[in-house]
Design a protein around this ligand. Structure first.
Ligand code: ADP
Ligand code: MG
Length: 721
């Protein structure tokens, strides 16, 4: 096309072009102090040392740390940052930041900007108000944040100002992990060691194995005015009341539908903000429920991917506000329509660019693939409850086991082809296969696993999808570090065990191939009970899973016991991921968090019922009563209206009685000293009132004048924007 014509076309579309965003590759990562920036700004020697710190975990000497800090400061100030912070992830699930200005008084009335290696590497925020589960007594408030060089520093640019954020671990004075990042990093290292152990059987030139993560993030968007008018969304993240909208998701017309302009403007803004932070967002689309959406990045190394997912959630909330919207990142904001999850695509990659969960082309590669695959299945089988614990929260309880989300039973979906490969393997060399593809042991040749073939079963909580597993049961609001740490750890543990078994068989005189095949056959036999290809939502599966002895814990207090099991505590300890003390503290913190979540909801259920819904209903009762009286005086018979009044009155009574009982149960639970008893009480004796009261209120919503309903209705929140 001649240049002139192109220019003319460009001029014609000037309006869109002018308002269109600049080319992403021109600004991608501009707010990240990553390897590329460091290469440009650091002396060669320092750059090399930083590389070693990142790749080999080597400690950075003081001079190099000073050099990095100095370059970082200059870069950040140029970009408008006035403050820096150690950005960390305490056990609240959120991220935390305490800002410090770069200024340092000169003593003669002025200031200079300083940022030293010491300030980069370590800080000491007052840690007394973060949960520690008894690891740090409140009087010993000291907690340290320590720089994690494997996740790059970045500048968070908000309407309020720009801050240099340094990803850090958060540990107590005694060296205990008080956060989610520290164990994640430890689990990455444990997995690295264990996987390299397996690779040592093969001619692999990999020096490092890491877990990769691509986290698909689901969320809802609603108009911010509605959000502000719903105390339940504001305080709890979910609606505690609300009659179903006549139209919900039954027409299935939202999934992959055209994205509304207002939503697209939000998404575009979100993406450009995240691109600046080097978050590789790739896909965006409408999800199943009305006003439900999803975005997914290109996968990255797990540690960075976890940090990036925290940034995604944070940016979503902020950008939504700018657009007059509210991003609901919660597992079940609305009853009756789909909830939101995080689909964690997880795999194992090497520094040489290999995906270890990709079936290979040669028998050697396939044996290697099967060792990893079978070990993962065995890990899920043995640590099913622990895996369930890693995704337990009061929010996710509404989702797991409900109609549309993977159930609370942790099973593995493999797809038809791999299932056949494994059952052939199990049957062993004596199996005569009619299919020429299956040669002895059934493992030398694996047909290419078609991605489409393996991705059909959307009901599985843990599905193999061609070259990765998709852990779908994770809740939308989760910090991914917890489930990924758990997954890494159980797999690392099993890889170590698998290697020990193979080694033992080889010591007994078997060749590697014979030994590996024998071990795989045995492991698959022991763990295939965790494999399920059918519909995970069905009642038959619940029964079948029970027969197979798979745990099906529907509530958080029961599921969290997975963290407290001897088997789990020992595994975390053995692999250096969590000491027994740290495991125990986590179990307590999560139980406590659950109890607090339900406590807040309980108070709000009572408050909304008595101060919003009951007054509206009572007012309408007064109007109805007046009308009935007038009609009676005029000799008009109106039995239906009289019965309406009676119905409303009965419901108001039921709401008030329910609220009183709820409050009594809540106070009783709150008074319990033991955290396990407390969580149990909130779950078993407090929570059941929510549904009871809600049923009455939702029924009232359908009887009262729409105009006098005190909060936005489902049909408004879900359909008006
Ligand atoms: P689908 O949409 O069918 O679930 P996609 O191919 O779109 O699958 O991938 C979904 C997510 O999986 C993306 O975030 C992608 O980057 C991620 N992913 C792909 N390969 C890997 C891998 N090897 N490790 C981790 N995540 C991966
Ligand atoms: Mg997917």
């Amino acid at each position: 096309m001649p240049h002139g014509v192109l220019a003319e076309m460009t001029a014609k579309s000037a309006k869109t072009a002018a308002s269109a965003a600049p080319k992403v590759s021109d600004y991608y990562g501009c707010n990240v102090f990553g390897m590329e920036t460091m290469k440009l700004l650091l002396p060669k020697e320092t750059y090399r040392k930083v590389q070693d710190a990142i790749e080999k975990g080597e400690r950075l000497d003081q001079d190099s740390a000073n050099a990095v800090a100095s370059a970082m400061k200059t870069w950040a100030i140029q970009k408008g940052a006035t403050h820096y912070c150690h950005w960390f992830q305490p056990l609240t699930g959120a991220t935390a930041e305490k800002h410090d200005s770069f200024i340092d008084p000169t003593g003669t009335g002025g200031v200079i900007e300083t940022f030293t290696g010491q300030m980069l590497v370590q800080a000491e925020p007052d840690a007394s108000s973060f949960p520690s589960g008894g690891l740090r007594a409140t009087f010993e408030a000291r907690g340290y944040t320590a720089w994690d060089p494997t996740s790059p520093a970045f500048i968070l640019e908000t309407a309020g100002g720009s801050t240099l954020c340094i990803p850090t671990c958060f540990i107590s004075y005694t060296g205990h992990a008080l956060d989610t990042k520290t164990p994640l990093l430890r689990s990455i290292e444990a997995l690295n060691k264990a996987a390299l152990g397996i690779l040592s059987y093969f001619k692999s030139d990999a020096a490092k194995v890491f877990s990769t993560l691509g986290a698909e993030q689901e969320y809802f968007l609603i108009d911010r005015e509605y959000y502000k008018a719903r105390p339940d969304l504001l305080l709890c993240g979910r609606t505690l009341f609300g009659a179903a909208s006549p139209k919900g998701q039954q027409l299935e017309d939202h999934y992959f539908g055209t994205i509304k302009d207002r939503v697209l403007a939000f998404m575009t803004d979100l993406e450009s903000e995240l691109y600046k932070l080097g978050v590789p967002l790739k896909t965006r689309h409408n999800e199943v429920a009305p006003h439900q959406y999803e975005c997914a990045p290109v996968f990255e190394e797990a540690n960075v991917a976890v940090d990036h997912n925290q940034l995604v959630m944070d940016a979503m909330r902020r950008v939504a506000e700018r657009h007059g919207l509210a991003a609901l990142i919660y597992e079940k904001p609305f009853a009756g329509v789909n909830g939101s999850g995080k689909h964690n695509n997880w795999s194992l990659g090497t520094d040489t660019g290999k995906n270890l969960l990709s079936p290979g082309a040669t028998p050697q590669e396939n044996l290697q693939f099967l060792i990893f695959l079978v070990s993962i299945i065995k890990a899920v089988r043995d640590h099913s409850l622990l895996l369930r614990a890693s995704i337990a929260s009061s929010g996710n309880d509404h989702r797991l086991g409900a109609n549309e989300a993977p159930p609370a039973i942790m099973s593995v979906f493999l797809g038809e082809q791999l299932t056949k490969v494994l059952s052939d393997l199990e049957k062993g060399a004596t199996t005569k296969s009619t299919d020429p593809m299956w040669i002895p042991f059934g493992i030398d040749k694996i047909p290419p696993v078609l991605k489409d073939n393996t991705d059909r079963n959307r009901t599985s909580p843990f599905a193999f999808t061609g070259n990765k597993f998709e852990f779908r049961a994770v809740g939308a609001a989760f910090n991914n570090a917890i489930p990924i740490t758990t997954l890494n750890t159980i797999v690392a543990g099993q890889l170590v065990e698998t290697k020990a078994l193979i080694d033992a068989a080889m010591k007994g005189g078997k060749s590697f191939k014979e030994a590996a095949t024998e071990v795989l056959r045995r492991l698959y036999k022991e763990s295939k009970g965790a494999c399920f290809e059918g519909n995970n939502y069905s009642e038959e599966w619940v029964k079948e899973a029970k027969k197979r002895g798979l745990p099906n814990e529907k509530t958080t207090p029961a599921a969290l016991k997975g963290f407290d099991r001897k088997q789990s505590v020992e595994l975390f300890d053995k692999l250096g991921v969590l000491t027994a003390e740290e495991s125990h503290s986590r179990y307590h913190i999560l139980l406590e968090k659950y109890a607090k979540d339900i406590d807040i909801e309980a108070k709000l259920v009572s408050e909304m019922a008595t101060t919003l819904y009951v007054p509206a209903a009572v007012e309408y009762q007064g109007e109805l009563a007046k009308v009935l009286e007038a009609q009676k005086a005029a000799g008009i018979k109106s039995p239906a209206q009289a019965s309406l009044l009676r119905e409303i009155a009965a419901k108001v009574e039921a709401v008030l009685e329910g609220a009183a009982e709820l409050e009594a149960a809540r106070a009783k639970a709150d008074a319990l000293g033991d955290v396990e008893d407390k969580a149990e009480a909130y779950c078993g004796s407090v929570k059941p009132y929510f549904e009871k009261i809600r049923a009455q209120v939702d029924a009232l919503e359908l009887l009262l004048p729409a105009a006098s309903w005190p909060v936005p209705k489902y049909r408004e929140m879900l359909f008006l924007m």
